[in-house]
Design a binder for this molecule. Structure first.
Ligand code: NAD
Ligand code: WQD
Length: 336
């Protein structure tokens, strides 16, 4: 298949692009590089031995995405392009609604005009909000607690309405839990701009000496060790999930929603321990107060994706930390 990947220079997009190329698909990438660098794609090209046509453009520029979709021959789109910083979305909600929601509307319009009717969308477990009815299944009511999460919820509603209006569409929303890790080569990985908000990239930067210690947000949660529990999923397992979603849509239309998680929760202390073991060094930490808006426990019910998509995560926390560390230690300042 010929697949257009929006946001393909980013963290999950670059790993998925590699997986798609290795599975024999033809891939073209559209990205405005607002949170990424073309170096990721250069390395994906190197790893796959394949050329990746790259279009630098913004989804808010309708003519730019229109002309890429109109090139012809595109069978499906995987749509990663979006902003994802929860705190920034609270401070600047319009930026998030504009970029994520309006950007998606532009993409859908261009796809419609070009006759492309297959889409995989990057949703997030953040749509479940602070629900503590774990495991979280696809039937858990949606209740995002911040503007970023609400962009994902709103886009899912738009996609569902679109499928109802035109039975030719096949759309899959993948709700990722907590992505981490890197390709086993250590050549591509997560390259956060500024100080990372997420746990694993922060721990990795402590391990490589960019920060002194990890601040654990809360030690009084009702969890076995008092720290927050999350479902960390290896980015290469996520990439495989996108491949499975594309295959699943080949003989179906309509809207599908799947959780992509491992079904297994790890605490902040367990992540720090696993990373220390991978890096072969002690990672210093301190306890601080809870971070507002954080749930105590979040992990996925994986049964629907296993049954419906025929996909399950294969990699565990130890492997995730080893792969993340390999990337971090050989690229201490990311792609720069
Ligand atoms: P990322 O920031 O590394 O990748 C997103 C890419 O989209 C970047 O390369 C960025 O330059 C591009 N982009 C953003 N706005 C654009 C626009 N208007 N036009 C063109 N390109 C644009 O993020 P990621 O971690 O790879 O996440 C990919 C997707 O998955 C996002 O939609 C994110 O919300 C979603 N997601 C991420 C996580 C996570 O923790 N990483 C969890 C759940 C869902
Ligand atoms: C994990 C655990 C923290 C940092 C976020 C977004 C969500 C999704 C994934 C995109 C929690 C604790 C963290 C630190 C810590 N992204 N922590 N010290 O909050 O589950 O989800 O990323 O869709 O929308 O909200 O992930 O990695 O930030 O936190 O103690 O410096 O680590 O309290 O328990 P989270 P996270």
């Amino acid at each position: 298949m010929k697949v257009l990947v929006t946001g393909g220079a980013g963290y999950i997009g670059s790993h998925t692009t590699l997986t798609l190329l290795e599975a024999g698909h033809e891939v073209m990438v559209f990205d405005n590089l607002t949170n990424s660098s073309v170096e990721s794609l250069r390395r994906v090209g190197e790893l796959s031995g394949k050329k990746i046509p790259f279009y630098r453009g913004d989804l808010l520029d309708e003519t730019a995405i229109d002309s890429v979709c109109a090139e012809g021959g595109i069978d499906a789109v995987i749509h990663f392009a979006g902003l994802k910083a929860v705190g920034e979305s609270v401070a600047n909600p319009l930026k998030y609604y504009r970029n994520n929601v309006a950007g998606t509307l532009n993409l859908l319009g261009s796809m419609e005009r070009a006759g492309i009717r297959q889409l995989v969308f990057s949703s997030s477990a953040t749509v479940y909000g602070a629900s503590e009815r774990v495991p979280l299944s696809e039937q858990t009511p949606l209740d995002a607690t911040n503007p970023y999460g609400r962009t994902k919820e709103q886009i899912e509603v738009i996609l569902s309405d679109l499928c109802h209006s035109d039975p030719q569409w096949a759309i899959t929303a993948l709700r990722y839990f907590n992505p981490a890790g890197a390709h086993s080569s250590g050549r591509i990985g997560e390259d956060p701009q500024g100080v990372p908000n997420n746990l694993v990239p922060f721990v990795a930067q402590v391990a490589v000496g960019r920060h002194e210690k990890v601040l654990i947000h809360g030690s009084d949660y009702p969890t076995p060790d008092g720290t927050g529990v999350r479902d960390y999923i290896h980015v290469m397992d996520l990439a495989d999930g996108h491949l499975a979603a594309l295959q699943h849509m080949q003989d179906r239309t309509g809207m599908f929603r799947w959780n992509l998680g491992t079904g297994f929760g790890s605490s902040v202390l367990e992540v720090i321990d696993a990373f220390s073991a991978a890096a072969g060094k002690r990672i210093a930490f301190d306890y601080g107060p809870r971070r507002p808006g954080d749930a105590a426990i979040s992990y996925s019910d994986v049964s629907a994706a296993q049954l419906g998509l025929g996909w399950a995560a294969k990699r565990n926390l130890a492997q995730m930390c080893e792969d993340h560390w390999r990337w971090q230690k050989s690229n201490p300042t990311g792609y720069n």
